[in-house]
Design a protein around this ligand. Structure first.
Ligand code: HEM
Ligand SMILES: *[C@@H]1O[C@H](CO)[C@@H](O)[C@H](O)[C@H]1NC(C)=O
Ligand SMILES: *[C@@H]1O[C@H](CO)[C@@H](O)[C@H](O)[C@H]1NC(C)=O
Ligand SMILES: *[C@@H]1O[C@H](CO)[C@@H](O)[C@H](O)[C@H]1NC(C)=O
Ligand SMILES: *[C@@H]1O[C@H](CO)[C@@H](O)[C@H](O)[C@H]1NC(C)=O
Length: 530
């Protein structure tokens, strides 16, 4: 309905008010009130929308329509916008917020252009602060210390984990942890959820490598509390009263924070990977107490634990649900066996996982396709000043620019007519591989200065885990057929979508049990996902 339609209705109701015996006056008052509010909102919307801004998405109910759409359909709402309107960029108006959804490649490039760095600033820090529960004064301290330039955590991760000897050391610890745990703890009586099993192994390995021998997540109670907290993040983001609607989740968070506070107070961090003690020291130097510094580990934990296990799940799903892929991956994995090595119990075959990138092209291509196909990453930037993008689109200060990765990854102009299909050979071909380094086309880890600094670490750990499992175990689906779970309930803040349900599987030792494997991370390296 347009504003004029509504005005006509109001006029009609007014003129007929005495001849409407069946309509109670309360209903008439409600209708008139509703209509008036509608007209006011429409006028407000149009009056505050500049002609040179990107085209406004018309919504049945101004402001609230898009808000409800996003709440209901999450990432798909933005992806469908692109499908329905096929505009290079468009404006969404939400209550007190304008959002610019970017679709066209040249505009993505413009937003990412170095020249525009001061105009489009990242908002990850706000997000981290929002859900870590820092006090007002700690937030003020951190904003003052870092401004828009990340925080102690992001700086330390970029510095220590993104490449070089730090990356090697952290990967090695994660691999050692999994090599010790996977053979003994993966097989359980009866069936187990595939996602659950992978998440547990990866969580112990990643957090163990980063937090060291006193890792708070080694305690199953802390692990459980973390998992209980995660669903509360949506409430912190969207609910007006998270303390009421997410009470249990916030109590769980308090328990995790408590475990980290104890960890710092007893010096657990002094045995951890370099970035943890460094970050703690920096936070304390800024005047934070241990209890507040412990809260910042919620951000570290979320970065580390939100996407990795989900990615590992989808990768494993695509491998084991396709007999050809499974056979090919297993064949390639045998290339990693270098020699025999003596162990405490006899002789084992040595598997050097650092050669995965060189020697397992199918596995690598499937990992990359898993990221492309499933990624739900949305890059978010805030417009710092009024600006004109690509000399054409006027963007207002404080607007939010969103680049939905799913739309980019499924663009047929870039990926061909089968963009929306999973193709395990896509990244085996040179044309496919060329696109991996183009962040306008392939961006599961983001792009630019905030590009995920944990990407190599998580890639190394996930591929290592996959190799260890494929070599030692058979995975059989309890239902008899592999059915790909839907992803309708995935969280909008996550870079990878969690499956709507877990897949019950039986994991058994492979029949060739005479071979003992020894897994190491040698001196090769998975320098990047290219
Ligand atoms: C498969 C697993 C992972 C995926 C898909 C993923 C994805 C992402 C994405 C999309 C971003 C935002 C980039 C942007 O806005 O431009 C990000 C940021 C970040 N990630 Fe990851 N990530 C993963 C694992 C990890 C791990 C294991 C760690 C740490 C140990 C980590 C640490 C970070 C940090 C610190 C940032 C913020 C960077 C900054 O603001 O400067 N990530 N990640
Ligand atoms: C926007 O997205 C649609 C759907 O993928 C596409 O057909 C269209 O070409 C895009 N528009 C531009 C200008 O990139
Ligand atoms: C933003 O605009 C204000 C006022 O117009 C100006 O003083 C400031 O320098 C601008 N900042 C940037 C980063 O361009
Ligand atoms: C990167 O990909 C985008 C989208 O397909 C394309 O428009 C652009 O030309 C590519 N850039 C390079 C350098 O290949
Ligand atoms: C996708 O299309 C490419 C060529 O456009 C083709 O080589 C490839 O086999 C197709 N993949 C699937 C799964 O159909």
């Amino acid at each position: 309905m347009s504003p004029t339609d509504i005005s006509t209705v109001i006029l009609w109701i007014y003129l007929h008010r005495f001849s409407l015996p069946t309509m109670s006056s309360a209903v008439i008052v409600a209708l008139v009130t509703f209509a008036t509010i509608y007209v006011i909102l429409q006028v407000l919307l149009r009056a505050t929308q500049s002609k040179s801004e990107p085209r406004l998405l018309s919504a049945a109910v101004p402001f609230l329509g898009p808000a409800v759409g996003i709440a209901r359909h999450k990432v798909n709402y933005l992806v469908n916008l692109r499908k329905c309107y096929a505009l290079p960029i468009q404006t969404l108006r939400m209550p007190f917020q304008r959002i610019y959804v970017v679709n066209a490649s040249h505009l993505i490039q413009a937003v990412q252009n170095k020249i525009n760095l001061p105009t489009f600033v990242p908002t990850l820090l706000d997000f981290g602060m929002l859900f870590s529960g820092l006090t007002k004064s700690s937030k003020a301290t951190l904003v003052q210390a870092y401004g828009i330039h990340g925080n102690g955590f992001t700086k330390s991760v970029h510095k220590h984990l993104s490449s070089g000897s730090g990356l090697q050391a952290a990967t090695r610890t994660a691999v050692d942890r999994m090599a010790a745990s996977v053979p003994n703890n993966l097989v359980t009586q009866g069936s187990v959820g595939l996602y659950d099993a992978l998440r547990h192994q990866l969580m112990l390995a990643l957090t163990g490598a980063i937090y060291g021998p006193e890792n708070p997540y080694d305690d199953p109670a802390t692990q459980a509390s973390w998992l209980e907290f995660v669903p509360g993040i949506n409430h912190l983001l969207y609910s007006p009263f998270p303390s009421l609607t997410a009470r249990k989740a916030l109590q769980a968070r308090a328990r995790v924070i408590g475990a980290f506070q104890k960890y710092f107070e007893t010096g657990g961090h002094t045995q951890a990977f370099t970035m943890i003690p460094e970050m703690f020291k920096v936070n304390m130097a800024h005047g934070l107490c241990a209890a507040e510094a412990a809260k910042l580990e919620m951000a570290t934990s979320l970065a580390m634990l939100s996407s990795g296990a989900i990615s590992a799940f989808w990768l494993m799903f695509h491998i084991v649900s396709n007999p050809d892929s499974l056979r090919q991956c297993r064949q390639e994995i045998l290339n990693l066996v270098t020699k025999e090595a003596a162990t405490a119990t006899g002789v084992a075959k040595l598997v050097d996982l650092s050669d995965i990138k060189q020697k397992c092209p199918t596995l690598i291509a499937m990992w990359q396709e898993t990221l492309r196909y499933h990624s739900t990453v949305i890059n978010i930037k805030k417009v710092q000043n009024d600006t004109t993008l690509a000399e054409q689109y006027y963007l207002k200060k404080d607007g939010i620019v969103m680049i939905p990765g799913t739309a980019v990854h499924h663009d047929t102009d870039t990926w061909g007519s089968n963009a929306s299909q999973f193709d395990q050979t896509r990244f085996l071909a040179p044309e496919g591989r060329k696109k991996l380094s183009n962040t306008t086309a392939f961006r599961p880890f983001g792009a630019g200065t905030t590009m995920c600094p944990g990407r190599h670490f998580s890639t190394n750990a996930i591929l290592s885990l996959t190799v260890m499992i494929l070599l030692q175990f058979d995975i059989e689906v309890v239902e008899g057929v592999w059915r790909m779970p839907t992803k309708k309930n995935a969280d909008m803040w996550n870079a990878m979508p969690k499956p709507d349900w877990d897949i019950p599987v039986r994991i058994t030792k492979r029949s060739d049990t005479s071979t003992e494997w020894k897994f190491v991370w040698g001196s090769g390296s998975i320098a990047d996902t290219k």
